[in-house]
Design a protein around this ligand. Structure first.
Ligand SMILES: N=C(N)NCCCC[C@H](N)C(=O)O
Ligand SMILES: O=C(O)CCC(=O)C(=O)O
Ligand SMILES: [Fe+2]
Length: 332
């Protein structure tokens, strides 16, 4: 049964792509062609896939999760020292019950971080998310570890997107330059309490906001579920050392709807506490995102659903954040 489930979400060894990813002619390599073909299939069929052969050490991936467990195990008062507030740019710790998805309370706690930027850089809208990230003093090495991890995830996301860009029939660099030269990454460090048997919704069904997500989840609990084209929920069973990668709303728009952002949700039915560190690779904050000309020409009619004409990414993000945290008032 379990192996059946796994085969529903493709597993892609991207190492041949990484070897050649700085080479404009990378498609001359048969290994790259194969990776690109698999990426195309995965992006069309489900919009979710496992990435292996990504070059980030399993040791680091595990340390990130171990330290995250240690943080969430701290007493509540300790965690509150880095509490999320609108004044802190919605950065920091949110207790269980603060997050809402589609109007329903989620059963998770989290630390939210965003790329830091200079005051005033993105005008009025940017102000909403302004501020330094809030890292706990305990575990002490946490910030340093996460800074390193974020850097590696940023590079990896860019390289996977080169493959996806080729898969769509573009050059390797359609998702770089003007719109993604300064990616506004987001990181959610999430903890889901263990439950006793009920189907508690850890995080309600949603699509991710940006381009590409890299999920690093606990190896020993199955909780993430992905909506298939046929309408079934598929469990994303953990594969140690892998990332689960999925498409976000901005990639859907840029690709002119050829690739869709897929609905997913989290139900931790385990009695044990689960952590997940989700890295969201996004366009520039101030990017005006619209279907790229090259994909409009290549795929004039090839859409499963309507694509938004154009959207400023930062506005989309701020809108989502303010809706999610609508109940989070300044004095809470
Ligand atoms: N940054 C991203 N993508 N986070 C996804 C969180 C989705 C749940 C959120 N409460 C919502 O309603 O969207
Ligand atoms: O916990 C997970 O596995 C996924 C979390 C997620 O989908 C999100 O934060 O956007
Ligand atoms: Fe998500």
């Amino acid at each position: 049964m379990a192996t059946n489930f796994i085969s529903l979400l493709p597993i892609i060894d991207i190492s041949p792509l990484l070897v050649k990813c700085d080479d404009f002619d990378m498609l001359e390599d048969a290994g790259v062609v194969e990776v690109v073909r698999k990426l195309d299939r995965a992006c069309r069929d489900v919009g979710f896939f496992y990435v292996i052969g990504h070059g980030i050490s399993e040791d680091l991936i595990n340390k990130v999760k171990e330290m995250t467990h240690r943080f969430f195990e701290l007493p509540y008062e300790e965690k509150l020292k880095i509490k999320i507030t609108p004044a802190a740019g919605y950065r920091g710790y949110q207790r269980i019950g603060v997050n809402y998805t589609s109007g329903k309370q989620d059963l998770h706690e989290a630390i939210d971080c965003y790329r830091e930027f200079n005051q005033g850089k993105y005008g009025e809208i940017g102000k909403v998310l302004e501020g330094p990230n809030q890292w706990p003093k305990n575990p002490q090495e946490y910030k340093e570890l996460m800074d390193e991890y974020i850097k590696l995830c940023t590079d990896l996301s860019r390289n996977i997107l080169r493959g996806i860009s080729l898969a769509l029939g573009g050059s390797p660099y359609e998702f770089e330059g003007n719109m993604v030269g300064d990616p506004f990454w987001v990181m959610r460090i999430i903890g889901y309490p263990g439950v006793n048997g009920e189907n508690e919704i850890g995080c309600g069904a949603h699509t991710d906001y940006g381009l590409l997500t890299l999920i690093n989840q606990d190896d020993d609990k199955t909780a993430l579920q992905v909506k298939s084209l046929a309408g079934d929920w598929i469990s994303a069973i953990p594969i140690p050392g892998s990332f689960i990668c999925n498409i976000g709303d901005m990639l859907k728009i840029l690709s002119n709807g050829v690739y869709e952002s897929t609905l997913h949700r989290v139900i931790n039915n385990s009695p044990r506490y689960r952590v997940c560190v989700a890295f969201f690779y996004e366009t520039n904050f101030d990017a005006m995102v619209e279907p790229l000309d090259i994909f409009k020409e290549k795929y004039p009619e090839n859409k499963r659903s309507q694509v938004v004409k154009r959207i400023v990414y930062g506005e989309h993000l701020v809108n989502k954040v303010q809706t999610t945290f609508a109940k989070l008032v300044e004095h809470s």
